[in-house]
Design a protein around this ligand. Structure first.
Ligand code: SAM
Length: 277
């Protein structure tokens, strides 16, 4: 009879964010398949988990490691898959193994726990009733722009992972493509320097530029857009807002005009007319 494959979530910073069931499972299984055995060793030592590791299972080798791990499962071994932080498969290795295990009739058991995306979402202050996790922000400029353009019409809160090295580039692109969307940057979640920056892209960019160095791990959240059925560009919207103000049109009327002529979402028209809100 084949063993089961357990997908065990580990902390994303604070070492105490591990469930009793995760500890129990890691102690009980025959082998642990870890993204990086050195990183996982720290947490195993802390909770006196003595289970042996199978070889590392990181992105570059994950496809070639599927067959040996499947072999071990077929021989009846109970195996836990963990990644360096958070939940396996969430922007981490594991998907090919889970697919192969399901196809081979192996029971796959999730052991839930932290994941940076959901941890950031719940404290972001952005709507959490409908959201989309869009993975990591693409590294290539063209792909990053294409993604942000697509998000213009996204009606759910968007969650993205971003590295500290590319954060400024992404923020500059956000200022250009989604200047009127509220965003939240969640930094170093569950760690000593946990921080939430909330505001318009230009405001967050200004805060980041004042810092000597951009450090830590980041989740970027983008407020959802309102579907208006029409496309409009930021430059025309800003110009129209200026003209309406110059002509002495009341704020309420200006918002109505912008919504009905350009098809700008009401929340974004409001911000154009009240820039400090
Ligand atoms: N499997 C992980 C999870 O469940 O969230 C994600 C792993 S992914 C390789 C690493 C990225 O997740 C980081 O670059 C960062 O964007 C995000 N991340 C992980 N831990 C974080 C933390 N403590 N604070 C903020 N972001 C974090």
């Amino acid at each position: 009879m084949p063993g089961s494959l357990y997908l065990v979530a580990l902390p994303i910073g604070n070492m105490e964010d591990i469930t009793l069931r995760a500890i129990k499972t890691l102690r009980a299984v025959d082998l642990i398949v870890a993204e990086d055995t050195r990183n996982t060793r720290r947490i195993l030592d802390r909770y006196q988990i003595k289970t042996r590791f199978h070889r590392s299972y990181y992105q570059g080798v994950e496809k070639e490691r599927v067959v040996p791990v499947l072999g071990l499962l077929s021989d009846g071994n109970e195996i836990a898959l963990v990644s360096d932080a958070g939940t396996p498969l969430i922007n981490d290795p594991g998907y090919p193994l889970v697919r192969a295990a399901i196809a081979a009739g192996v029971t796959v058991v999730p052991i839930p726990g932290p994941t940076a995306a959901i941890t950031a979402l719940v404290a972001s202050g952005l709507p959490a009733d409908r959201f989309v996790f869009a993975g990591a922000v693409p590294r290539k400029d063209g792909e990053r722009r294409a993604l942000l353009e697509k998000i213009r019409t996204e009606e759910r809160t968007v969650i993205l992972y971003e590295s500290p090295h590319r954060l400024l580039v992404t923020m500059n692109t956000l200022v250009e493509i989604l200047p009127l969307r509220s965003i939240v940057l969640a930094r170093e979640l569950t760690k000593v320097h946990e921080e939430f920056l909330r505001g318009m892209p230009s405001e967050i960019l200004a805060i980041l530029k004042e810092r000597d160095r951009i450090k830590g791990e980041f989740v970027l959240l983008i407020e959802r857009g309102e579907e208006t059925g029409s496309s409009w560009d930021s430059a025309s919207a800003i110009k129209l807002a200026e003209l309406l103000k110059e002509e002495g049109v009341t704020n309420k009327a200006a918002i109505r005009i912008m919504v009905h002529t350009l098809g700008i979402p009401r929340n974004e028209a409001y911000r154009l007319i009240h820039p400090s809100s």
